[in-house]
Design a protein around this ligand. Structure first.
Ligand code: 5RP
Length: 243
């Protein structure tokens, strides 16, 4: 097993284009180190790490200790999606545990602007997550503090759900906001989609404006960890190159 040092968050500045972020929510938790190594070897661009607290969402998953435990097994960035309320106390802990990106839901923080600053102060890239029925209004005030916007394609809390089609309309709206922001001299912002992403819909999701794709059950549902993961990652990637 190769043990890697924690990559600095700045590494991900070099990442460009289209990114696939397998969600380890659907991995085999009894052998998580092997799972993340296998998914990196299969071509993953990011590890998507779902944190659920049985309060903001009705499920309970993993915390900073698990992030720290998998960090030495991969060199690609770890993309931590906080489905927790409150948010702020976990930010220093995940930054210390090797997270590179931290996203949270705006309704879970009383002070969204402050929470975004806190994430960046801890050396991570910062982002907001919107549930299918959460309005985008807060974006009017914090675009300059965002590295990533994540739209949920399902209601958060569980893997293996069906993609909600209205997400495509919302994606187009966010893509237009990002493009206008960049055209006005603002920084680029990744547009990530999470939930229900499969081989048969990733192309439509890309066409609606996404550049970063979280896929959990589609990837980790493959029959075997090595060739199976490579095959599904290749199938996803092939759909993405057909714009
Ligand atoms: O955040 C999540 C659920 O809250 C998961 O990342 C998401 O659902 C991915 O799983 P799948 O690809 O199986 O839908």
């Amino acid at each position: 097993m190769t043990i890697h040092n924690t990559p600095p968050a700045a590494n991900i500045v070099q990442a460009s284009g289209l990114r696939i972020a397998p969600s380890i929510l659907s991995a085999d938790f009894s052998r998580l180190g092997e799972e993340v190594r296998a998914i990196q070897a299969a071509g993953a661009d990011l590890i998507h790490f779902d944190v659920m607290d049985n309060h903001y969402v009705p499920n309970l998953t993993m915390g900073p200790m698990v992030c720290e435990a998998i960090r030495p097994h991969v060199t690609i960035p770890i993309d931590v999606h906080l489905m927790v309320e409150p948010v702020d106390a976990l930010i220093p802990l995940f930054a210390k545990a090797g997270a590179n990106i931290i996203t949270f839901h705006p309704e879970a923080s009383r002070h969204v602007d402050r929470t975004l600053s806190l994430i960046r102060e801890h050396g991570c890239r910062a982002g907001l997550v919107f549930n299918p029925a959460t309005p985008l209004d807060v974006l009017d005030y914090v675009m300059d503090k965002l590295d990533i916007i994540l739209l949920m394609g399902v209601n958060p809390g569980f893997g293996g759900q069906k993609f909600i089609p209205s997400t495509l309309t919302k994606l187009k709206a966010v893509r237009a906001r990002i493009d206008a922001h960049v055209a006005a001299g603002g920084q680029d912002i990744w547009l990530e989609v999470d939930g229900g992403v499969k081989v048969d819909n990733i192309h439509a999701i890309q066409r609606a404006g996404a550049d970063t794709f979280v896929a959990g059950s589609a990837v980790f549902g493959a029959p075997d960890a090595d060739q199976g993961y490579r095959t599904i990652m290749q199938q996803l990637r092939t759909q993405l190159t057909q714009l």
